[in-house]
Design a binder for this molecule. Sequence first.
Ligand SMILES: [Cu+2]
Length: 130
Amino acid sequence: MRKILMPAAILSLFVAGPAIGQPSLTGSNPSAGSTTPRTDRLRLLFSEPIDARASTVQLVMTDMPGMPHHGAMRMAAIDVKPGKDGRSLDIGAKAPFPAGTYRLDWTIASKADRSRASGQLTFSLETVPK
Ligand SMILES: [Cu+2]
């Protein structure tokens, strides 16, 4: 009996997959995997309206030029605001983030049905010589 039930259980997990209408990341600034000039503004854009108050964002610096053993360092001083379009999050800081590689961990909730989604965005910021 167990041998018959097991594949059925696995199949049902597979079919359940991502819920219909589950929000997803459709764009960002900087874009995923990119290297761009240092900035004090980051943006996440989602596929549908989100509940910004039920959403969380954490920015972690994972690498820094000249620091080979740089561990994951959380950037605490960030300000997260809902975008005017209702489907984005604007992340700001008082000064441009230092040059380095970053991981932005996000968790959001759909405004329509509260379904949650989470993911990561990685990008690098560099100092542009004047
Ligand atoms: Cu650092």
